[in-house]
Design a protein around this ligand. Structure first.
Ligand SMILES: Cc1cc2nc3c(=O)[nH]c(=O)nc-3n(C[C@H](O)[C@H](O)[C@H](O)COP(=O)(O)OP(=O)(O)OC[C@H]3O[C@@H](n4cnc5c(N)ncnc54)[C@H](O)[C@@H]3O)c2cc1C
Length: 334
């Protein structure tokens, strides 16, 4: 007897499924492998200092703790490795940004996120243009998203919890508990489509790169498989189904101008849609009129950092009736 049906096996649906399974629930996961999914193109970066002001994002310490617990538990159970820490070099865009970093170095609140600086000469020696130098971010992580999702799918298939099809609305028994984790496709969901979502399409390139460093100036160069790296990304709120595009490629190369990629090939060029929200917080909780329909969505550009934390909160809500965090609770719109 299934306790919960989960619609979608991106990062949100998969992490939600394993939280419930770990608490003794029987789940059935429906995945239709639709194009433009965010998790299919995500590079899985967990960055603890974000934006031009290099601020730690909301609840980052709690999220890092929950990530460590959740992904390590999956690694042990499935005999795979997919979550690792990476020194992330934040290339300063200006002297002002460098000054902000220097100020943070004096503040004990940031001690767990900073690990020194490199100057422009150090970067130049390995072919990186960084006029203002850069700061090394400690406690940045990278999830190998395809490996994690592949291992999760294998587990669900082996436990007869996987349905390789679209969920047909109306095909289940009245009252069946359903958790919708459809990413930006929530826009086709009759019960939740009117919530204030703000989807944004993003593109990624792969490039052969001998630079074995994770670099970011807002855009990023992340070492990937063999001697290839990922470059990204872009933001497009209008043309969700149109990518990848030539303009997207140009934009990525313009923003990642800290390395000369002019003579390079780009074997892969991908596009996916982030399921963002207007207030930039996830939307999780129960439908106001249908107590059996739940939503777990809206993780925007930071799903790798936040999904395990909110999946734990959602599981506590479902199984123990504990209140959901106010900032993410669907009921803030009612
Ligand atoms: C270019 C790019 C780079 C990114 N890089 C990062 C990063 O470095 N770090 C980070 O934290 N985040 C990153 N993100 C964001 C991250 O990918 C998302 O936060 C996260 O993957 C969202 O997962 P999700 O499961 O909510 O949605 P999705 O990944 O979109 O998954 C939804 C799933 O539901 C399925 N589905 C939908 N409707 C149905 C249905 N009716 N029946 C069955 N199945 C259905 C779809 O096929 C899909 O697999 C990036 C996003 C993009 C676009």
């Amino acid at each position: 007897m299934t306790d919960y049906i989960i619609i979608g096996h991106g990062l949100a649906g998969s992490v939600m499924a394993h939280h419930l399974i770990a608490r003794g629930q029987k789940v059935e996961v429906f995945e239709a492998e639709l194009p433009h999914s965010a998790s299919a193109v995500s590079v899985g970066l967990v960055n603890p200092l974000i934006g031009p002001k290099l601020n730690p994002p909301f609840m980052i310490t709690e999220c890092l703790i929950e990530n460590e617990l959740f992904f390590r538990q999956c690694e042990r159970a499935w005999g795979r490795k997919f979550y690792q820490t990476i020194p992330l070099h934040r290339l300063f865009m200006s002297e002002k940004q460098k000054k902000a970093w220097n100020e943070m170095e004096k503040n004990s609140d940031f001690i767990s996120f900073q690990n020194g600086q490199w100057n422009s000469v150090q970067y130049q020696k390995i072919g990186i243009l960084a006029e203002h130098g850069g700061g090394i971010t400690k406690n940045a992580w990278q999830l190998d998203v395809p490996s994690f999702l592949g291992a999760s799918k294998e587990y669900l298939i082996a436990n007869n919890s996987w349905r390789n099809s679209a969920f047909e609305k109306g095909s289940k028994k009245e009252g069946q508990k359903i958790i919708f984790c459809e990413g930006f496709r929530v826009q086709e969901n009759p019960w939740f489509k009117d919530l204030p979502f703000a989807p944004a399409r993003g593109e990624v390139l792969t490039v052969q790169s001998k630079i074995n460093l994770a670099l970011s100036n807002g855009s990023w160069h992340l070492p990937g498989f063999a001697d290839y790296a990922y470059l990204g990304s872009t933001w497009d709120h209008q043309n969700l189904f149109s990518g990848p595009t030539e303009n997207g490629k140009k934009e990525i190369l313009r923003k990642c101008n800290f390395v000369d990629f002019s003579k390079k090939d780009f074997p892969q060029h991908l596009s996916g849609v982030r399921s963002g929200t207007k207030d930039r917080q996830p939307i999780i909780g129960v439908h106001p009129d249908h107590g059996n329909l739940f939503l777990f969505n809206g993780f925007g550009s930071r799903g790798t950092s936040t999904i395990p934390h909110y999946a734990k909160k959602m599981t506590d809500f479902l199984l123990k009736n504990k209140p959901l965090p106010t900032e993410s609770n669907l009921n803030r719109f009612i």
